[in-house]
Write a protein that binds this ligand. Structure first.
Ligand SMILES: *Cc1c(COP(=O)(O)O)cnc(C)c1O
Length: 460
């Protein structure tokens, strides 16, 4: 494949429609970066320039790029067979991986249903939860509970469960009804204690809905510890545990969407572990294959499985599956990644790096326009506002977060913001020096904001 960069950029502009991207700006503004290869925590563009992959290729890279062990595992599987179907057949890596996942997951999760990505892992949990009650004869349990600012993917079921107006509002008439509850966004009260005011408010609201219609709900879905795409909103300690308890009291199934938090991101293999929670469903994707291949998995309990375990003529079967369900190449990558977690003691590494990230990003506190700095494991977020004291955001179209991140390319760093939240989310294997550099250039870039504002004012 030998194409010069100019040609590639022209072809991209002509033919590719990018995700979550205002294409007019993409086509008319600065040239896109074309990535040619990766190595460790670095990505290289077609001109040979090197960048730290500071967003872990959208939150999924774990051990770095082109790690020989993972590449070899995929190649070895490729030499056997690339793809065979789980419809009517088993295959070697998906079988072995299912056992590994169940061994790692909170005790109580017993079965693995594969799919292709995070959205499908959520769709599966959602449809299983719904049919679970249908199969049990509790046909009135049809409603779902979720949180404002939640993000569970972009397929319509996942959009139904989503609470980000910018992403989801346009599609709400196509969606099934979901009761959204205010999340425990803590930074406004800064009282990160169990029972903090925001936490209590959310739980009261939940409880009120459940009391009003105790047997109307099939399931509640939560992003454990951190609501990702909503802006890396971190729940106070004890919140997840409290949600688990409320669900149990009303026999509402709990879906833990660990698509982002799973596989070490928060410092434990799964975020649920930190509050000793076993959900009824756990949705996995992103880090599952170390970010090498698309794969989704929905883990569930014996109780859920048993509700579908019936004579075929009872029609209790879960009629759902995707062509590439349990893809052998992806499962081989996942198995190799789990080996590396052990060999490299990666969870201990994340636990050692997390306070370093917290310490470095704390330097941004009190800088002009910094409304909040928060971290959890190797998830870092710097929230920017026009006027933090008044909680006044920048005009959306100014793209302050985006402009800062684009400017960081000249420092050899790739970051992708969530609106005006600068997200620092490197591959988990990043070393201390690189992590400090990444955090420092992100913090230092904040002094550019007054210049950016001046420019935006002149432009408008
Ligand atoms: C990314 C993400 C998804 C969607 O995963 P895709 O693979 O992009 O479909 C779902 N839930 C959470 C929490 C995510 O971060």
């Amino acid at each position: 494949m030998s194409y010069d960069t100019e040609t590639l950029i022209a072809l991209d502009r002509e033919y590719v429609w990018h995700p979550f991207t205002p294409m007019k700006a993409w086509v008319e503004k600065a040239d896109p970066l074309v990535i040619a290869r990766g190595e460790g925590i670095y990505l290289y563009d077609t001109t040979g320039r090197r960048y730290i992959d500071g967003s872990a290729s959208i939150w999924c890279n774990v051990h770095g790029h082109a790690v020989p062990v993972i590449d070899a595992a995929i190649t070895a599987q490729l030499q056997q067979v690339a793809h065979t179907s789980l419809l009517g057949l088993a295959n070697i890596p998906s079988t072995l991986l299912a056992k590994r996942l169940i061994d790692l997951a909170p005790a109580g999760l017993r079965k693995v249903f594969y799919s292709d990505n995070g959205s499908t892992a959520v769709e599966v949990a959602c449809k299983m939860a719904y049919q679970f009650w249908q199969n049990q004869g509790q046909r009135q349990r049809t409603r779902f509970l979720a949180f404002d600012w939640a993000y569970h993917g972009d397929t319509l079921g996942a959009v139904s469960l989503g609470g980000i107006p910018l992403f989801h509002q346009a599609f709400k008439n196509l969606c099934f009804p979901v009761d959204l509850v205010a999340p425990p966004i803590c930074w406004s009260c800064r009282d990160h204690q169990p029972g903090a005011a925001c936490c209590g408010r959310t739980l009261t609201q939940l409880e009120a809905l459940l009391q009003k219609s105790p047997d109307a709900y099939a399931a509640l879905i939560v992003e454990p510890l951190v609501q990702g795409a909503g802006g890396m909103l971190m729940a106070p300690p004890g919140f997840l545990r409290a949600v688990r308890d409320v669900c149990r009291r009303y026999d509402v199934l709990l879906i833990a969407d660990e698509v982002m938090t799973g596989f070490g991101r928060t410092g434990t293999m799964f975020a649920c572990e930190q509050e000793d929670v076993c959900p009824d469903f756990m949705c996995l994707s992103k880090g599952l294959t170390a970010g090498y291949m698309p794969l989704g998995a929905t883990l569930t309990t014996q109780r859920v499985y048993d509700a579908f375990y019936a004579d075929p003529k009872e029609l209790k079967t879960f009629f759902h599956g995707h062509t590439f369900t349990g893809h052998p190449l992806a499962c081989a990558a996942a198995l190799a990644s789990l080996d590396l977690f052990e060999q490299n003691q990666l969870l201990s590494h994340v636990q050692a790096m997390a306070p370093i990230m917290a310490e470095e990003l704390a330097q941004a506190r009190g800088m002009p326009h910094v409304a909040d700095v928060r971290t959890c494991g190797l998830i870092g977020a710097i929230e920017l506002m026009a006027d933090p004291a008044e909680k006044q955001p920048f005009p959306y179209h100014w793209r302050i977060g985006g402009e800062l991140c684009t400017a960081l390319r000249s420092k050899g760093v790739l970051l992708r913001p969530l609106a005006d939240v600068v997200v620092i989310m490197p591959p988990l294997a990043i070393n201390e020096n690189d992590l400090r550099y990444l955090c420092r250039v992100a913090v230092e870039s904040i002094v550019q904001i007054p210049h950016l504002i001046e420019r935006k004012m002149q432009e408008s």
